[in-house]
Structure formats: C-alpha cells, structure tokens
Design a protein around this ligand. Structure first.
Ligand SMILES: Cc1cc2nc3c(=O)[nH]c(=O)nc-3n(C[C@H](O)[C@H](O)[C@H](O)COP(=O)(O)OP(=O)(O)OC[C@H]3O[C@@H](n4cnc5c(N)ncnc54)[C@H](O)[C@@H]3O)c2cc1C
Length: 320
C-alpha cells in the first residue's frame, strides 16, 4: 500500500521574511516538517526556491511566482556529534540551524573553526550555499561534508573534496564525473553540513569571537535593514592606475565610496554612510527603491572606474 505523506503547512500569498524587510510575498510558502514533506514540495514544484534566514535576499515588490520552501522547522534545525579524534570533533548541523547560535554553542564547547563567522546572520544551508564569510574565514573552511537533496528528490552526501567553495558561492557537484541531476531546475537543496572543529580553549575562542564582533560593529551598520554587502569585490580585468593591477581584487566598498555614492538615496533606500557596500532600507522603502539604487551605484562605479560590479545579494523576482 502506498504511504501517503501529509501535506506540509502551506500558506498562499505569504510574506517572505528577509533581513531587508521589503518586497512582495510568495504564491505559496511551504514549511515542510519532514524530509518526506520536503520531497513532496519538490515534486509539486521542481523549481521551488529555498529560503534560509533571508539575510542575503532581496525580493521584488511583485513577489515570487511558485513555491518558496522554508527549512526552519525543528526537523531541519538540530545538530549532533558524528565523529571525534584526540584533536577534532565533527558535528552535523541541519540546514535550518541558525549560524550565530551554532557559533555560540561551539565556542562554549571549546570547538574552534566557526568563530570567524561571528556576526554573519545565516542558516547553515544559506551559509554553505553562499560560502559566507570574510577576512576571518569562510564557511567552506570548516566543512567536511554536505548532505543535499537534488531536484529529482534523491539525497546525496558530498565530501569536501568534491565541493568547490568559491568567493561567495558554492558549486555543489563540482566533480565532473558526478554531474548534478537536473541542474536546469535549480541548485540542490542543502539538508545538512558537517563541520570538523578543532578542540581549542574556550576562553581563547571567546576572545577571537569578541574581536570579530567588535570589528564588524565598528565598520558595518549591523542594526539596520540590509542584506550585508550588496556587491562582490571585483577582480580587475585591466590595470587601474593608482588602484591596482590586472588580476587583483579591489574592495567594492572602496570603489563605491570613491565614486561618491555614500549617502546616495532612492526613495527609502540608502547607501550606508558607515559602509559604502551596504544598502539599507529605511521605513517605507520599496524593493524597487533598493533595486534602482543598486543600478545607480553600479552605473556610477562603472562610469568612474570602468569596473562592473556584480551583486552579492540574491534577487528574487527581478534582476539588476
Ligand atoms: C547585517 C548583515 C551582515 C552580513 N555580513 C556578512 C558577512 O560578513 N559575510 C557574508 O558572506 N555574508 C554576510 N551577510 C549576508 C548573509 O548573512 C549571508 O549571505 C548568509 O550566508 C545568508 O544565509 P541565509 O540563510 O540567510 O540565506 P538566504 O538569504 O535565505 O538565501 C541566500 C541564498 O541561499 C539559498 N539557500 C538558502 N538556504 C538554502 C538551502 N538549505 N539549500 C539550498 N539553497 C539555500 C537561497 O535560495 C538563496 O539563493 C550579511 C547580511 C546581513 C544582513
């Protein structure tokens, strides 16, 4: 007898919670409560978009057609130890685990490797997909394996050496001998990640964590609505006199600042005076304001330096 899976809780025309706090809703917002329900979601909409903590997302005012799947149910939000050696402990964390909480708990337990990601709002799934991080390290540095569900509903375990963690993106199924099934339908869904963490004195980790948080608080508008850095740091295609040689990476924030964009506004969207690569949404802002401001910033930087910035923020329902 076929086993029937109860349908996941599903809302129609539902707001999509993001850190920007602007934009429209989803035709359908599903919150599966089991792996079977997640598979059923993908079966009904193979192109469903996956929502993490919404910290790197900008949703257009018209919203998203089709289904958005949120993995914040507790069945995707647990973690446990999977291996231990005299020097390391490996933990497996579900995609829905909030990264800041995982960092706090692992630091408390004297396990080092994630503290450099302090202050990065993310779910584990979103942090893996974006390879979130910065000067103090990136998510991929600590990952030893990732569990994924491909769009055809098959679960796979990908070992670290088969995954390409790049600058603010991750290519799952990077191994050409094992191409991703149905990539045209979208990237696989991250179900969990394993982190190999080093046994370290908890006091030392706490100090590191404090230093990272202090550096972020001093340079970023952390209390305001944004999606973190709006643009990726560009690699120069040609020498830019006084700024860098071909092949070097420049700070997008520095370019935006030097192009005179700090404080630039469109409607309720503003280029932060604190960090030029942060666009913030003030009360009443529309997603259209943010998108238009991003376009203007890109145009000004291109005009001033001939450098084309690529968005780091993921935009649903529109494009730059
Ligand atoms: C104040 C602030 C500071 C920030 N600082 C940093 C920083 O220092 N460094 C940095 O790298 N980023 C930073 N960010 C951006 C953001 O924190 C990261 O990009 C983070 O990885 C986003 O994770 P998320 O769970 O919120 O993903 P979401 O924003 O929900 O989604 C981002 C992308 O990942 C996909 N995704 C999410 N979960 C899954 C999953 N389980 N399976 C498959 N795909 C999935 C989504 O479909 C989407 O394409 C900052 C953002 C804010 C608001």
């Amino acid at each position: 007898m076929p086993i029937t899976v109860p349908p996941p809780p599903m809302r129609t025309n539902a707001p999509i919670p993001t850190w920007f706090g602007v934009g429209g809703g989803a035709d359908l917002l599903a919150r599966p409560e089991s792996l079977d329900q997640l598979c059923a979601c993908l079966e009904s909409d193979r192109r469903a978009k996956v929502l993490g903590d919404g910290a790197n997302l900008l949703v257009a005012d018209a919203g998203v057609r089709g289904m958005v799947v949120s993995l914040d149910h507790e069945c995707f939000s647990a973690w446990h130890q999977t291996a231990q050696s005299p020097t390391h402990v490996t933990i497996r964390a579900g995609a829905g685990v909030r990264l800041p909480r995982l960092i706090t708990e692992t630091v408390r337990a004297g396990l080092g490797g994630l503290e450099g990601l302090a202050g990065v709002p993310a779910s584990v799934g979103g942090a893996v997909m974006m390879n979130a991080g910065g000067a103090m390290g990136q998510t991929g540095d600590a990952v030893s394996a990732v569990g994924v569900l491909t769009r055809d509903g098959a679960a796979h375990t990908l070992l670290r050496n088969t995954i390409a963690f790049e600058y603010r993106r991750t290519t799952l199924f990077a191994d050409p001998r094992r191409p991703a099934p149905a990539p045209e339908l979208g990237p696989p869904v991250v179900l969990w990640a394993e982190f190999k963490l080093k046994k370290t004195d908890a006091g030392t980790l706490r100090q590191r964590l404090k230093r990272v948080m202090a550096a972020k608080a001093a340079t970023q508008p952390m209390g305001e609505r944004s999606a973190g850095c709006a643009f990726k740091n560009p690699v120069l295609r040609a020498d830019l006199p006084g700024m860098g040689v071909a092949g070097s990476t420049l700070s997008a924030g520095m370019l935006i600042d030097r192009a005179g964009c700090k404080g630039l506004r469109v409607g309720g969207a503003e280029v932060s005076a604190r960090h030029a690569n942060f666009v913030t949404a003030q009360p009443g802002a529309l997603a259209a304001d943010v998108i238009e401001l991003l376009r203007q910033v890109r145009q000004r930087v291109d005009g001033a330096f001939g450098v084309r910035l690529e968005p780091e923020v993921v935009i649903w329902g529109d494009a730059l």
